[in-house]
Design a protein around this ligand. Structure first.
Ligand SMILES: C[S@@+](CC[C@H](N)C(=O)[O-])C[C@H]1O[C@@H](n2cnc3c(N)ncnc32)[C@H](O)[C@@H]1O
Length: 439
């Protein structure tokens, strides 16, 4: 490390900026945000006496000789100086800065590569929750009140990294305030937190930033079979991964067992992520799990994910609505609690409507029969998207008449969904694999 990273208090102190260049404007703007009293001196007016009683100086005259002369004056007056784009003349260098409402990260490569520093800054930007500044202010407000708590370090860790911190980060400040007062009154109860997180349809790039952050911090991840292995790679190395998959035909855990497991881990003080394919609230039983965890008195949050219908539509170029072809869309499931669900197939038969059938691959002949009975023309386009958004995605496009044959071609695959409606015919261009319509 060639430079010492420090954060300098400049409030009320004088900072000098020499030059009229855009770089000088940028430095002056930055200094103003610290509360410094910023003195701008044009290049042609600067003199050695300007450096008296100055805390810090930036020089960006745009003239190499003048830069050198002015840096010499600063040094003679013992004022730390930064000369823009002249590391050889600098007492200090400027980092790439992430400023989230008072929470500041400074990144430096020691001058080796400003571009690399900028790229790292983008990663830090993406990793920092948008409301991290609110969290810092929240902590500051309760600092005095928390002085009496027994194990203060642990208390703060659990507060900022637990349910209360999550409430602040989710913009639920008033709720966090109430929870914090209760937490201070009772001390640390050692309870964990549960996040019911949507993992999207498979492509890890489709995870939300919040899902990614929670995955990276979770102690325990209880995941469905549907969750792609590439997504689990984002878990911490020492996180406990528990497959609680409920894939068709082989229920490895019953829903009650899953509920009990979630609660057990949270009671042990763990940060639990219940990771579900797609979105937890779309045919995902996320609602039941949320109810169960909250009934057990444990803080629980839901993080939405890209549901399979949206992921598959985007990955195959099938717009679910379209100005000319579809003005409404319905998501239905071919599996209900007690067998066949009660679906209004007449809606699917209406012109200008798109229907997306989840869990329908093995039910394709029955779906076709219901559609035909409801008056759907044999020629209405359908698409089956198998393993949508994943590297081995397959797409099969045809009509209601050929639906069963198309499904038979994909038998043994899955997860897959069926898109029914005029828009399905648009889904052929640029696909990883398109099977011709079964004859
Ligand atoms: C139990 S549901 C879960 C749905 C999930 N919660 C969601 O929002 O996507 C499982 C069904 O979702 C559909 N599905 C999930 N991921 C898929 C994918 N990558 N490609 C196609 N269909 C998918 C299939 O119809 C599968 O049978």
């Amino acid at each position: 490390m060639d430079h010492l990273p420090i954060f300098m208090a400049l409030h009320g102190k004088t900072a000098l900026v020499v030059g009229d260049t855009p770089a000088a404007d940028q430095r002056a703007g930055l200094l103003a945000r610290t509360g410094a009293s910023v003195r701008r001196i044009p290049s042609q007016a600067v003199v050695a006496a300007d450096f008296v009683q100055v805390a810090l100086a930036f020089v960006a005259s745009g003239n190499r000789d003048l830069d050198r002369l002015v840096a010499g004056w600063a040094r003679a007056a013992k004022v730390p100086v930064n000369v823009v784009d002249r590391p050889d003349l600098c007492d200090f260098i400027m980092p790439a800065i992430v400023d989230r409402d008072g929470v500041v990260a400074a990144i430096s490569t020691g001058g080796a590569s400003p571009t690399l520093a900028r790229l790292l800054r983008e990663r830090v930007e993406a990793a920092l929750p948008a409301r991290i500044g609110d969290l810092a202010k929240f902590a500051a407000r309760f600092r005095t009140a928390a002085k009496g708590v027994g194990n203060r370090l642990r208390f703060w860790e659990r507060t900022l990294d637990g349910p209360i911190g999550e409430m602040v980060l989710a913009g639920r400040g008033a709720e966090a305030e109430i929870a914090m007062r209760a937490s201070l009154a009772r001390g640390d109860d050692g309870q964990g937190v549960v996040h019911i997180v949507g993992a999207g349809p498979g492509d890890p790039e489709l995870l939300t930033l919040r899902a990614l952050r929670l995955l990276q911090r979770a102690d325990v991840i209880l995941h469905d079979d549907l969750v792609a292995p590439a997504i689990l790679d984002y878990a911490r190395r020492d996180a406990e991964l528990v497959a609680v998959g409920k894939r068709k035909g082989r229920h490895s855990h019953k829903q009650d067992e899953i509920n009990a497991l979630i609660v057990e881990h949270a009671r042990a003080g763990k940060r639990v992520v219940r990771l579900k394919g797609g979105d937890p609230f779309v045919f995902g039983r996320g609602g039941e799990e949320l109810e169960h965890v909250r009934a057990a008195g444990i803080e629980a949050f839901v993080v939405p994910g890209i549901t399979a219908a949206l992921g598959c539509a985007a990955a195959t170029g099938i717009p679910l609505t379209h100005r000319d072809l579809a003005q409404s869309v319905t998501f239905v499931t071919a599996h209900g609690r007690d067998g066949e669900p009660d679906i209004d197939w007449r809606a699917a038969a209406r012109p200008g409507h798109t229907t997306v059938v989840y869990m329908g691959l093995s039910q394709a002949p029955r779906v076709r029969d219901r559609l035909l009975a409801a008056g759907t023309p044999l020629s209405l386009p359908v698409a089956i998207v198998d393993r949508g958004t994943r590297p081995d995605q397959r797409v099969s496009i045809g009509t209601v008449g050929s639906l069963a044959a198309l499904a038979a071609q994909l038998a043994g695959g899955g997860p897959a969904l069926i898109i029914i409606g005029e828009v399905a015919a648009l889904g052929s261009a640029g696909l990883p694999a398109v099977l011709a319509e079964a004859s």
